[in-house]
Design a binder for this molecule. Sequence first.
Ligand code: SF4
Length: 252
Amino acid sequence: MTREKTTAAGAESPLALKRRARRMQRILAETHPDAHCELDHENPLQLAVATILSAQCTDKKVNEVTPALFARYPKAADYAGADRTELEEMIRPTGFYRNKTTSLLKLGAALVERFDGEVPGRLADLVTLPGMGRKTANVILGNAFDVPGITVDTHFSRLVQRWGWTSETDPVKIEHAVGALFEKRDWTMLSHRVIFHGRRVCHSRKPACGACTLASLCPSYGAGPTDKAVAAKLLKGPRVAELAAAAGAPLP
Ligand code: SF4
C-alpha cells in the first residue's frame, strides 16, 4: 500500500477510499456502458407503478406486464377508480398482487387528492405516498426527474460492503456514506452501474472474481472463483462476451 492509502492504524484513509471508489466508478462506467433503469417507462407515473410492481419480482417480468397496464390506466385517477379484481388480474404475474393492488389503488387516490394527479418531484413528498419507500423514491427522482439519487437495493448494499466503501448496513446510512464519496451529479448512473455489476458479475453466492474488471481494486477479490475460465462461466446477461474480454478472461 502507498502512504496515501494508509493511516497510522493501517486502515485506508478517507482520501484514499474516495480515490479508489472513483477509480472503480470509472471502470464500472467502461464495463457497463449499457447501464440504465431496467424498468420500462415513459413518465413518472409509469415508473412509480413499475417500481411498486418490482418488489420481489424481476424487472423483466414487470416489463412484460406494464405495457397493457399503462394502456389501461394512463392516469393517476385511473388507478384511484380501478376495479380491484381487474387490476389484480393484470398484475398477478408480478407476485404479491393483492398487496401491490392495494398500493396502486392508494397511490392513485393520494396523487389525485394531494398532488393534482401528478407524481411529485421531491423526496419529501414522494416518501409520503403509499407503497413508496425511500429506495423507490430515489429511483423515481433519478430516472423520471433527473434529480440525482442513490438507489440502495440488495445488490448495491452487498457490493459497496464487499468493496469496503462503507461498513454501514442500514440503507439510509449506506446512501449517505456512498453519496459522500462521489459528485452528486454521478449518483444516479453510479447506482445503475453498481446494480448492473451485481446482477452480471458480482453475484451474491459466486461472484465472478476471475472475470471482474474491478479485481485489482477490490478488497474482496477471491470471494468467488479467481480462475479466469471458471469465473467467465459465472457471468450473466446479454454482454457476457464483452464482460469477459474486458477482464482479460476467455470467452465463456
Ligand atoms: S473482485 Fe469479486 S468480489 Fe470484488 S467486485 Fe469483482 S466479483 Fe465482486
